[in-house]
Design a binder for this molecule. Structure first.
Ligand SMILES: Cc1ncc(COP(=O)(O)O)c(C=O)c1O
Length: 396
């Protein structure tokens, strides 16, 4: 891992900064574990009044929907890891996406939205269309379609670092260059990579969004989301959190903090596992195709080597048997579990045809790269030998 270019601990390596929060224990707070402050409201002393009188509601401790000490400590830690000036945490990834879309769009201009998108985000954008927020689709892998969305006046470009479930990698510098020329902002949902693999802000992106439920939390035991970027840019995002109330509970923030300590370690272990799984599946005649950026056959193999600091912890592949083989395959698994989500310590297998992309017809699925028999494996930190053995025996 290379040192982060920004943040208070910027000279130290990511793995060290995962373990050590920017605010170190001291005589006033000697405990090594982050204290959980469950207060929903806070005493308004002179210092707090001075801030609220000056309109600085986001800096004062007022009421826990606005902000609270445990959540703020985790925000500072996450901002340090991402190389951001500021992080705003939310009660789920979708709450973060909602606030980022409403807070960062440029009023009166449409939003250019990648076609290769998490279904929940696509659904939210469809719903927001009823409130006059226009979305113009483009493909991350055909940047002329982005140029045409920008020509239609798009003021915000929304995409993901790595697409679900086909694991194509977005050329962030090329997207940023086109958006800049059109005075549009770029927001990247970096859930699939986390700051352990990619820090989009360093590539000129304006804001980063995470479902912290996934790699950041890492243990499949919390829901959280985050938006990160320059402090002033995040003011309206914070305001939407206060308005709509998607604030994070301090207990979940503490669990997230515990997960962050091992983020880099888990990302390394899961990435190694994903490479082993991809290579084993690629050599098996029962498998029609395998998609993982570490494979030389992957269309973004070179781009991934430039942009990502390690292997993506997900693998997509297709059973030669097609969709009829999917559920029997999942039923034969003895280590991996058939459950939606990703980024946890345990390997999860999901079947897009029955889960994330069930609403699409088979032809529509093929159009977004989900051919018959497609399986997504979200690799955990188990021993790769056990995972490979399990997946190969489940092929039947
Ligand atoms: C890429 C991506 N973004 C956002 C979300 C939504 O996050 P959450 O489930 O924490 O609301 C998900 C959930 O699967 C996701 O995969």
């Amino acid at each position: 891992m290379t040192p982060s270019p920004a943040g208070p601990g910027g000279r130290r390596h990511l793995r060290t900064r995962c373990v050590h929060r920017p605010a170190r224990p001291d005589a006033a707070r000697p405990g090594l574990s982050l204290p959980i402050d469950r207060s929903s409201t806070f005493l308004q002393d002179d210092a707090a009044r001075e801030l609220t009188d000056a309109g600085r509601w986001d800096e004062a401790l007022v009421y826990a929907r606005y902000g609270s000490p445990t959540v703020e400590a985790v925000q500072d830690h996450l901002a340090d890891l991402e190389g951001a000036q500021r992080a705003v945490l939310f009660g789920s990834g979708m709450a973060a996406i909602h606030a980022a879309l409403l807070g960062l769009r440029q009023p009166g201009r449409p939003v250019a939205v990648a076609r290769e998108l998490y279904g929940g985000t696509a659904d939210l954008l469809t719903a927001l269309g009823e409130f006059g927020i226009e979305a113009v689709p483009f493909s991350v892998y055909d940047l002329t379609s982005l140029s045409s969305a920008l020509e239609q006046g798009a003021g915000l470009v929304w995409l993901e670092t790595v697409s679900n479930p086909t694991l194509r990698v977005a050329d962030l510098p090329a997207v940023v260059e086109r958006a800049r020329a059109a005075a549009a902002r770029v927001v990247v949902d970096s859930t699939f990579t986390s700051p352990a693999l990619c820090r989009p802000l360093a590539h000129g992106v304006d804001a980063v969004v995470h479902s912290a439920t996934k790699l950041l939390g890492g243990h499949s035991d919390l829901l959280a989301g985050a938006v990160l970027g320059e402090a002033h840019l995040l003011d309206p995002v914070w305001t939407w959190r206060k308005r709509a109330g998607g604030s994070l509970d301090p207990q979940a923030a503490w669990l997230l903090e515990r997960g962050l300590a091992t983020l880099a370690l888990r990302a390394e272990a899961a990435g190694r596992g994903a490479v082993a799984v991809a290579e084993a599946l690629a050599n098996d005649p029962r498998v029609a195709w395998v998609s993982h950026p570490s494979l030389p056959s992957h269309p973004d193999h070179a781009l991934a080597a430039d942009l990502l600091e390690g292997p993506v912890p997900l693998v997509a592949f297709a059973l030669r048997e097609g969709d009829a083989g999917l559920r029997p395959f999942a039923d034969r698994l003895r280590v991996a579990l058939d459950a939606p989500s990703l980024g946890g310590v345990e390997t999860l297998v999901s079947l897009p045809a029955f889960m994330s992309h069930a609403a699409l017809s088979p032809a529509e699925r093929v159009a977004v790269g989900i051919g018959p028999g497609t399986v997504r494996v979200a690799v955990g930190i188990e021993d790769p030998r056990d995972l490979v053995e399990d997946l190969l025996q489940a092929l039947g």
